[in-house]
Ligand binder design. Structure first.
Ligand code: AMP
Length: 483
């Protein structure tokens, strides 16, 4: 096997940091990408977050930058040599923190800049000089225009989560940023999917890239059991409770499509006595931190969240993920269910499908190239607690248009936490920039407190599918008969 970090001949300073991280062997994307990046070739990598791709590009990149490390205090001796671009501030922060950890025994400096924050502290850091700059595109352009960031000595550029950047409408910003970089450079592009748009981007900016795919594009982990249950909006909470109860699941993420829906669902579940927290882009950073920590400590059983709020989270092995709403964007389905069944653990992903969701389910089928069966879960006749809040307005939360393609200033909504379809109410900057939770993997709560949906007394855990599930029916057939 060649998957040990010791085979890489990393500099002792980097090897020491890797050892401290407790990594025993390379992940598949690392085993494939690191040797290629070490040779300085362009890379087009198909890999999702959670595969170890940050180390896959940052370790070889740092290794190649070591020739520039120096103890000088002069900013001129620390020009930006590597630029890492990401779509959201959460991801930018997370990647920047990882890079800081890998570089901690070197003299290479790194910094992160993203929107929604005061530019001044970022400016001060940039003016001191940094070799590795992690950034979201809108804010980086602001710093370029303010002459805080000079990119004419960049040797490496990483376009991370490139599919997401294009989805958000960052293409014009990316094109502008890339126009400031020297032609002679190494470009690394990582994307969960290789859509035609991504291939076009790669065709324009990468030179003879080596393609690395650790999993087929859009593949969902085989360790995740995927279930689709037909459910009217009013029954969805009962379906969730039943699945949790039948499977003896202790904690879960519940994804919804809008911030409005997120808050409502969390409140409804809370009123039913379930320990719930909401996570979406209108929550302050402090509230989000508290929600996440409560989930990690087991004080909260259900985390109701929107896509981009959850996208940057490095939380592994969440036992189950529910799609309360079928995502508008099929690629979000892959990301959502990737929160569970990580690192070989088994996971459950349940999607609740209402009759109007047929097209969205069809989009997922096409993307993951799997025929999906929508099942019917027999619910108990007892009511699910207090009346639900009104769901009829959800259609209004859907995206009305793509993000505009023009340049934006200071408070760049595209640097915000949430995807375009969540930004109807405008951008609200979050006040802080460090989120230590993102550094910690999910661990089941240490507490023995049973989840809030479990009745007291011993619980039988059924690992197999509930006996109440009726035979499968094809998606199309189900919708025909249901309408
Ligand atoms: P990423 O896909 O880069 O977001 O990484 C996901 C998580 O995997 C992070 O918490 C990393 O610290 C962790 N990780 C990266 N490489 C390895 C490795 N070789 N072994 C174990 N964990 C790793």
């Amino acid at each position: 096997m060649t998957d040990s970090f010791s085979n890489l001949s990393l500099a002792p300073t980097l090897a020491r940091a890797v050892a401290e991280m407790g990594y025993e062997s390379m992940t598949p994307i690392q085993a494939q990408a690191i040797p290629v990046v070490l040779t300085g070739q362009d890379v087009m990598g198909a890999a999702q977050t959670g595969t170890g791709k940050t180390a896959a590009f940052s370790l070889p990149l740092l290794q190649r930058l070591l020739k520039h490390e120096n103890p000088s205090t002069s900013p001129a001796r620390h020009p930006v040599r590597a630029l890492v671009l990401l779509p959201t501030r959460e991801l930018a922060d997370q990647v920047a923190q990882q890079i800081k950890m890998y570089a901690k025994y070197t003299q290479l400096r790194s910094a992160v800049v993203f929107g929604g924050m005061d530019m001044k502290p970022q400016t001060l850091e940039l003016k001191k000089g940094v070799e590795v700059l992690v950034a979201t595109p809108g804010r980086l352009l602001d710093h370029i225009e303010a002459k805080n960031a000079v990119l004419n000595q960049v040797e490496y550029v990483v376009l991370d989560e490139a599919d997401r950047m294009l989805d958000i409408g960052f293409l014009p910003d990316l094109q502008r940023i890339l126009s400031f970089l020297p032609k002679q450079r190494t470009t690394l592009l990582f994307s969960a999917t290789f859509s035609p748009e991504i291939k076009r981007l790669a065709g324009s900016y990468l030179q003879n890239p080596i393609t690395i795919e650790v999993a087929r594009p859009n593949e969902t982990a085989s360790t995740v059991e995927q279930r689709f249950y037909a459910a009217q909006d009013d029954d969805k909470r009962r379906v969730i409770r039943k699945v949790l109860d039948d499977r003896g699941i202790k904690q879960a993420f519940i994804f919804v499509n809008s911030k409005l829906g997120c808050g409502r669902l969390a409140r409804s579940l809370e009123r039913e006595g379930l320990r719930t927290a909401a996570l979406h882009g209108d929550k302050s950073q402090d509230e989000r931190l508290k929600a996440l920590e409560a989930f990690k400590k087991g004080e909260v059983d259900l985390l109701v969240c929107t896509d981009v709020a959850a996208r940057g989270l490095d939380i592994k092995d969440v036992p189950a993920v529910f799609n309360f709403d079928v995502p508008f964007n099929a690629e979000d389905y892959v990301h959502r269910i990737g929160r569970t069944g990580r690192a070989g653990a088994s996971g459950l992903a349940v999607t609740l499908v209402s009759p109007s969701d047929a097209r969205l389910v069809g989009d997922i089928e096409k993307l993951i190239k799997k025929k999906l069966e929508v099942e019917t879960l027999q619910l108990d006749t007892r009511p699910a607690g207090p009346a639900p809040e009104k769901w009829g307005e959800r259609a209004e939360d859907r995206p009305r248009s793509r993000a505009s393609e023009g340049r934006r200033r200071e408070h760049d909504p595209r640097d915000a936490l949430d995807a375009p379809h969540e930004r109807r109410g405008g951008f609200r900057p979050a006040p802080i920039n460090r989120d230590p939770f993102f550094q910690k993997p999910y661990e089941p709560a240490a507490t023995d407190v049973p989840p809030s949906w479990e009745p007291s007394g011993p619980k039988t855990v059924r690992s197999s599918i509930s006996a109440n599930i009726k035979p499968k029916r094809k998606v199309a057939a189900l919708f025909k008969s249901g309408e």
